[in-house]
Ligand binder design. Structure first.
Ligand code: UPG
Length: 396
């Protein structure tokens, strides 16, 4: 299968590129390398020493005798190059990770909000328009987010993308219809993933583009079978206040004896998935999406839900750490319940890697190994978008 991985140098994109290559896909990575420039902007580096992309690709060739091609392109800006690329490569699958993916980064300032919307909305729309222009028959697999559903407590298991609603017509007769689940984004970043859904709905309906939108939970872990093969293939491990995801941050904090930073009450429930399951799910999506339905297929890509405070206690009990309740910098509900349907990926063969299986220890070991690279000044979350907190700060 000829596969383009847009954003293939990032935290999920890189291990996915290797996983698909290992499973016989003919992979081309398309990336602007912006994620590395954002590290420079923030003055932070991945906990793990990631190598330049050219060295990563050489290491993969040496380890497997498989080639991964690379095209450097800013897909939000260089539409003509994108069109050329689609015509030249004629991909059967396009995996789209090429979006700014941090909620705190998207909320740092008006510039960061505007960059996130500008980049994410333009990349998605450029891609869809280019696919129509060249008559691409590829399936588009997009990494969406569980965050589009929002985190209100609702009395149902979150369905996979669509909600069946019943309403009275003008004669009072009940009618039913499936609609995209109403979005409730909690940050500008999550807003862009919500906007993506409408673009997908339109292009699937109007142009018959085949689209799978994967609403992914919070990823934890770092290595996969493929990134483990050579130290030069090591994946990113973000721990800073902007890009670090909660469990990975707790593991690094525990490794350096920094009290775990639980935001607010810690009673926020979120959906999680290990990076090893991420790459498998994307392969299952890529290899299963042949039906043309006129509407996007949505799958919830998560394996379990946990409260933040319970994760903190799990890390404290298994690895040893102090738990610190810090004021929540985000505008989010103090507490929510969450249960999620993930039947579609389970039916495709997903065997969930659960937190209890010991992989948390593997991540903790990586955290220990690279502890000397941690800059503790970069641990606190310094992107505030909690209205009460801003008001309190202004009044002080
Ligand atoms: N949190 C803490 N302490 C921390 C960091 C986070 O309590 O030190 C809380 C945070 O307030 C939130 C929860 O943990 O309630 C989750 O935060 P985080 O792990 O940063 O996840 P999200 O902001 O939801 O975003 C991640 C990815 C995003 C993806 C999403 C999927 O960055 O790309 O779409 O997970 O759910």
């Amino acid at each position: 299968m000829r596969t383009l991985i847009l954003g293939g140098d990032g935290f999920c994109g890189w291990p996915t590129a290797l996983h698909l290559s290992a499973h016989g896909h003919d992979v081309t990575i398309v990336d602007s390398l912006v994620r590395r420039r954002i590290d420079d902007e923030l003055g932070v580096q991945s906990l793990t020493p990631i190598r330049p992309l050219s060295e990563r690709l050489l290491a993969w060739r040496e380890a497997t005798e498989r080639e991964i091609d690379f095209v450097q392109c800013d897909l939000a800006r260089d539409y003509d190059r994108l069109v050329e690329l689609l015509a030249e490569k004629n991909p059967e699958t396009i995996v789209h990770f090429a979006e700014q993916r941090s909620a705190p980064y998207s909320m740092k300032s008006p510039r960061h909000k505007r960059y996130t919307v500008d980049n994410n909305a333009n990349v998605t729309h450029n891609l869809l328009a280019a696919m129509v222009q060249v008559g691409s028959q590829a399936q588009l697999v997009h990494l969406g987010s569980m965050g589009v559903y929002g985190y209100e407590t609702v009395p149902l298991d979150l369905p996979e993308g669509y909600l069946t609603v019943t309403y009275p017509d003008n004669d009072g007769r009940p009618q039913t219809r499936e609609i995209l689940y109403p979005t409730q984004p909690g940050s500008v970043y999550h807003l862009t993933k919500s906007m993506d859904q409408l673009m997908f709905q339109y292009y699937a309906h109007n142009d018959g583009i085949r689209i799978t939108d994967l609403h992914q939970g919070i990823v934890w872990g770092t290595q996969t079978d493929e990134t483990d093969r050579d130290v030069r293939l090591i994946n990113r491990f973000d721990y800073d206040g902007d890009y670090g995801t909660v469990l990975n941050r707790f593991l690094v904090e525990a490794a350096i004896g920094y009290p775990l930073t639980v935001h607010g009450s810690g009673r926020q429930t979120r959906a999680f998935i290990n990076i090893r399951d991420t790459v498998r799910c994307i392969r299952m999506a890529a290899e299963s999406g042949d039906e043309v339905s006129g509407r996007p297929r949505v799958m919830n890509q998560m394996t379990e839900t946990h409260r933040v405070i319970d994760l903190a206690h799990l890390v404290a009990n298994t690895i040893g750490a102090e738990v610190n309740m810090v004021p929540n910098p985000r505008q989010e509900a103090e507490e929510n319940r969450l249960s999620v349907r993930n039947d579609r990926l389970l039916n495709l063969g997903l065997e969930p890697t659960l937190l209890a299986t010991g992989l948390m220890r593997e991540s903790a070991e990586i955290a220990h190994e690279y502890v000397g690279r941690v800059d503790t000044n970069r641990i606190p979350c310094v992107s505030y978008w909690n209205r009460q907190r801003e008001t309190a700060a202004e009044g002080a």
